[in-house]
Write a protein that binds this ligand. Structure first.
Ligand SMILES: N[C@@H](CCC(=O)N[C@@H](CS)C(=O)NCC(=O)O)C(=O)O
Length: 203
C-alpha cells in the first residue's frame, strides 16, 4: 500500500489526503509534525532531503516529495488530470501559481495566525505585504472563475485540489472572502464532490 507521511492541520498534506479520498486510493498514513523536530531527523532527511511534508512512499520503496508532484502521480489516469496536452499544461500552470503566488502568502498568513511562535518578529508591514500578495492571487482566481466553472474548464482537476487546500481556510489568515463570490461558489462546488473530506485537524 502507498504510505503518506503527513502533518495533520497542514494544507499541503491535506491536498494529498483530499485527492486520495476523492479517488478512493488507500493510503497508510504516518502522522508527523513540523514542530517537534521529527522532519529533521537523519532518518527522515534520508527519505526527503528537504525535510518537508507531505511525502509519498511508493510500494517499491521509492519516495516522492512535493504536494503537487504527489497529486499528479496519484491523479494519473483519472478525470482529475486532463488527457489533453494543453489542458494538462494549464492545470500544471495553476499548480505552479499556487506554489509561487498563492501559498507563500495565504498559507504563511494562516500559519502566523495559527502558530503564535511564527508571528514573532514579523512586522506589521510584512504582514500587510503578505495580505496584499494573497489578495492579488485571490483576484486572479476570481477572474478565472467568472469565466469557467472550474479553473481549467467544466470539471475539477488537481488544480482545484492544490488551490482549495489553503483557499478554503484563508479567512483564518485574515482574508475575507466576501469580496470573492466566484471563489465562494467554487469552494462549495468542491465541498459537494462525492467523497469530499474536511481537513484533518491538529499540528
Ligand atoms: N512545496 C512543498 C511545501 C511543503 C511544506 O512547506 N510543508 C510544511 C508543512 S505545511 C513542512 O513540512 N514544514 C516542515 C519544516 O519546514 O520543517 C509542498 O508543496 O509539498
Amino acid at each position: 500500500m502507498l504510505r503518506l507521511y503527513a502533518m495533520p492541520g497542514s494544507g499541503n498534506s491535506y491536498k494529498v489526503q483530499l485527492l486520495a479520498n476523492l479517488l478512493k486510493i488507500e493510503l497508510e498514513q504516518i502522522n508527523m509534525s513540523a514542530l517537534d523536530g521529527s522532519t529533521r531527523t537523519a532518518d527522515y532527511l534520508e527519505k526527503n532531503p528537504t525535510g518537508k511534508l507531505p511525502l509519498l512512499e511508493l510500494e517499491d520503496g521509492r519516495f516522492l516529495p512535493e504536494s503537487g508532484a504527489i497529486l499528479a502521480y496519484l491523479a494519473e489516469g483519472s478525470e482529475f488530470l486532463p488527457e489533453d496536452r494543453f489542458q494538462r499544461a494549464r492545470c500544471l500552470g495553476w499548480m505552479f501559481f499556487e506554489q509561487y503566488s498563492h501559498e507563500p502568502a495565504i498559507a504563511t498568513s494562516r500559519s502566523i495566525a495559527v502558530y503564535p511562535e511564527r508571528a514573532v518578529g514579523v512586522s506589521a508591514s510584512a504582514k500587510q505585504q503578505l495580505l496584499d500578495k494573497g489578495h492579488a492571487a485571490l483576484a486572479v482566481m476570481e477572474t478565472q472563475l467568472q469565466q469557467s466553472t472550474y479553473l481549467v474548464g467544466d470539471s475539477p482537476t488537481i488544480a482545484e485540489i492544490a488551490l482549495y487546500a489553503y483557499t478554503h481556510d484563508c479567512e483564518t489568515g485574515g482574508f475575507a472572502l466576501t469580496a470573492y463570490p466566484q471563489i465562494c461558489a467554487w469552494l462549495k462546488r468542491i465541498e459537494g464532490l462525492v467523497n469530499y473530506m474536511k481537513m484533518p485537524q491538529g499540528h
